[in-house]
Design a protein around this ligand. Sequence first.
Ligand code: FAD
Length: 501
Amino acid sequence: MKSTDAIIIGAGVGGLSAAAYLAQAGRGVIVLEQDRHIGGTAHVFRRSGFIFPTGPQSVTMPGYISDSLCELGVGPPCFIRDCFQVRRGSMDVMISVPLREISEQLSKIFPEEQKGIMAVINVLEEVMTALDVLKPEDLIEQAGTTNSAARVILHWGSIPARELVNSHLHDERLKDLLGSQGTDETEMSVVLLAQMWRFMSKEGIWYTRGGICEVPELLAMRVRAFGGEIRLGERVERILIHAGTAVGVELSGGARIRSHLVISDADYKETILGLLPHDVITADKHEEITRMPLTSSAYTIFLGVKRELVDICAFRGHHLLVKLKEGKPIPWELKRPIPEDFLQDEIWLSWWSRHDHKLAPPGCEALIIKVTAPFDHFAPFSGGGNGQHCEYYYSMKEEMAGALVSAASGLVPGLPDAVVVREVATPLTYKERGHRSAGSVAGWSWRFDDFPGQTHSLTFTPVPGLLMVGLQSFTRLFYGGMGTSLYSGRYAADIVLSGTE
Ligand SMILES: Cc1cc2nc3c(=O)[nH]c(=O)nc-3n(C[C@H](O)[C@H](O)[C@H](O)COP(=O)(O)OP(=O)(O)OC[C@H]3O[C@@H](n4cnc5c(N)ncnc54)[C@H](O)[C@@H]3O)c2cc1C
């Protein structure tokens, strides 16, 4: 049995970050990744000359990402600011601009609501200013912070954003836009909402030139340069326990690697409920973890289109969030594969190749269409994790894609006939290829009631010697998805290097 200082399960951004910081400090690390590529969900795929992202489309906190990479001895990638637009009826607003500009745009459309718009924006700015001065360490369980910024966060963290928008605004479109940055009803706390606006309007949301895989690839380069080992195509089947403590892992081929430190970048529920022996945690803990709510999943269509056949002048930036008809979205279990059943959804359209002409062949454009989709609707069609789903699943997925593309043509005329490449990802894809419980795309639930109070770290697990990293190792994505994953690796490495694990 081989032995090492630390075993890292998963070569996503969180796992590679932990590995890089530990290897830089001279610790022996072995990263075991079940896929044959680096980066986990932060990866790209190619079809007939088009390049699409498998998961994240953009990053937040590029300054933090750049500083971390520099700390690890490598130059950061080039980031390009993403531009977001929301359209709903006569409302057409650019939202990736300073809040004051958003308020001007909205006050022109809703002159009678000017006072309410300013009241909401003043609160958002107050919380954003507090967030500017607080570091993640201050936000995590509010460790010892009693300054005025911490008090602002404590206060607004206990108030749902719905309460804020309802008390100042009347028009539902306005409430949804300021409360969710789109066309959906807001569900988060005021602090989380301000965090989102801080990313959108102040710090920016950014595309990574060269693809979203650049950051994990740079991390992997540093892991290897510091002497760490990364093994692709190696699935960890279980975590070995002796006297209640993690002592290594067993791979799917049966080989074992011994270590007194196992760091998992895998899905949290999968790690605790799937990789640990059943008797290691109590029945109560098992139940509690099973119930922990996640963000929902998505239904995504990746399109390669002929430029001359499609009219994309509706786009003023890279991303366009649109609700084509007023009313509540038709639930997935009632949706028929007809365009009308998608008109009330929030449809997220991305003009993907606008970032870089290399993302599509000459004369073509790459587009992405995304809507929220619940895992439970797709779960019954699963083939049980072996990738072979029921026949109905494949026809339903394609028919729904046809309907959604037709719905989107209300804004992008010519779309259905311009398509030369079409790939679809459903919640089952995000579960089986993305390896995330219930195909969840953005960590733990963002709903106000689900994780009330402050940000908690889940780095420590019920098992000594087993730490968690990755986007689910904190209850809030304070640096966005990838930024938080990167931070989680550093956070876990600091615990190990200070000997407090
Ligand atoms: C559709 C989608 C859209 C997203 N959009 C954004 C976005 O726009 N911006 C953003 O910042 N974030 C986004 N995210 C979140 C994104 O996942 C994170 O930002 C970040 O890349 C996650 O990194 P991670 O290391 O935490 O986890 P992952 O990327 O999930 O990596 C975990 C790794 O562990 C491996 N693994 C799991 N189990 C095992 C095992 N038993 N043995 C071996 N290896 C194992 C997996 O194969 C995977 O490679 C999105 C995610 C998805 C799925």
